[in-house]
Every structure is written in C-alpha cells, then in structure tokens.
Design a protein around this ligand. Structure first.
Ligand code: URA
Length: 244
C-alpha cells in the first residue's frame, strides 16, 4: 500500500541522521527525489514510489526488520549503553534506527536473540500470559541431582520467594572437568524473570557456569551462526512467529 511520509522522517528512520542534520543536508543539496535536488526536508514522498537518493546513494524505505543474532558474551541486551557494546550495535546491515532486542539475555549469556522493530511481535513473544517456551543449555557447577527434575516440573519455590512455573529439566551429562564435577543440562522455562535460569540452578545447589539460549517459541538458534553473527529471519520463521 502506498503512503506519504515526510522526507526527513523517511531518511531519519533509515538511520541517515537526525531531523536537524537532514534539514541541513537538504539545504546543502545532498538529497535528491526522482532525480531532482530537494532543498526542503519536510516535503512528502510516496512510499513505495518516489526514488530517494542521499549523498548519491539510493535509499529504500524498510518498514520492518527481523534478525536472528547469536548473542556473544560481553555485549548488553539494550539499544544504547555508555560502557558496553549493545546487541543492536552488532547488526551492521540494519536499515532502521529503531531496532531493539526481543527480551534480554544477561551480559555473560550467549545464544538466540531476535532483533526487530516489530513491537506487537515482541509483545506476542514476551507477554507473561503467552507462556512462550524458551530452551536454555547450561553448564552447572556440581552434579545436579535427579530430584531437581521433579522439583522443577512442580514449579520450584526460590529462596527469595519466587514461585516458578513448571519447567522441564533434562540432565544431558555429568562429568569431571579438571577434577571438578559439572553437569550439562537443558532447561525449558515458560517465563523470563530476572536471572531466572541462574536462580533456579543455584536453588538446587548447582550454580550456572555458562548459559546459552537455544530456542524461543517456534524459533531455534541457527547453529551455523558463530557468537556475534546474525542473519535475517527467513519467511518460514516469520510465518511461525506470526502464527503465535
Ligand atoms: N536466565 C538467566 O539467568 N540469564 C539469562 O540471560 C537468561 C535466562
């Protein structure tokens, strides 16, 4: 569907600068529409339809963007941060300036994170009432007891008073690493309370050593993505998300 938007909004949405920077850019003749130089950044352009060129480079207007990121450690799940690189900074190929991560992973957690500007989609994945499953792979200190499987299935009560929803714990392996016992587990939770996986494992005496998110609802981490790498979601993945 064709719509009209202001040229400065068009270019600001595509990350080409602030409205005042774009006003100045227009004044300097850096913006062309349909081959004509445009000196007033508040003119309306047709989307799709009009051809907008900024500094000699054509700019397409993209309404929605969706990426799958394998979040690396050391990067924060935020849009801006004074100290750390953010997950949005990692998306170098982005068009939109209003991308955000769907939910948060701790700075030391790796794995699946969806980055988009689709607010309703984020709501469908995150709203507590939706109970979207998330599967985590964790390496924990010590040998996780078999009894934890039932404790989690019933909904563990954490020492700080949080009663968790029923969760599925699968013990993958117990082993010795450098003479120390560790357990690899898969944990499926249907909520996303602060440090939830870490708090749950701590409560059964086995603190998390490393944590990676593998799935979120119908979306699984593409294992070909190294930590820090990303790709656009596929049509199939978008269909799955739209059916939530
Ligand atoms: N649970 C945690 O403890 N940390 C995360 O990053 C995600 C889930």
């Amino acid at each position: 569907m064709e719509k009209e938007i202001r040229l400065d909004k068009f270019l600001a949405d595509m990350g080409k600068g602030t409205r005042s920077q774009l006003k100045e850019a227009a004044r300097k003749g850096r913006i062309h529409v349909n081959g004509e130089v445009v000196k007033k950044a508040d003119m309306k352009v047709k989307v799709p339809g009009d051809v907008v060129v900024f500094d000699g480079v054509p700019v397409s207007y993209v309404t929605m963007e969706y990426y799958m990121l394998n979040k690396p450690q050391g990067v924060v799940s935020a849009t801006e941060d004074n100290r750390y690189q953010t997950v949005v900074d990692l998306i170098e190929g982005k068009n939109r300036r209003d991308l955000f991560p769907v939910g948060r992973l701790d700075i030391d957690t790796e794995g699946l994170l969806i980055i988009t500007n689709d607010g309703p989609l984020a709501h469908r994945l995150l709203a507590p009432k939706k109970h979207v499953d998330k599967i985590y792979y964790a390496v924990c200190d010590g040998f996780v007891p078999d009894s934890a499987v039932e404790t989690f299935a019933e909904g563990i009560l954490l020492p700080d008073g949080l009663k968790c929803l029923p969760a599925k714990l699968e013990i993958k392996a117990r082993k010795d690493v450098d003479g120390k016992p560790v357990t690899e587990v898969f944990l499926t939770i249907r909520e996303g309370k602060f440090h939830q996986v870490k708090r749950m494992m701590e409560a059964v005496g086995c603190p998390v050593v490393s944590l990676k998110r593998l799935t979120m609802g119908p979306i699984s981490l593409d294992e070909t993505l190294e930590p820090g790498q990303y790709r656009p979601l596929t049509e199939k993945e978008l269909e799955l998300l739209n059916s939530l």
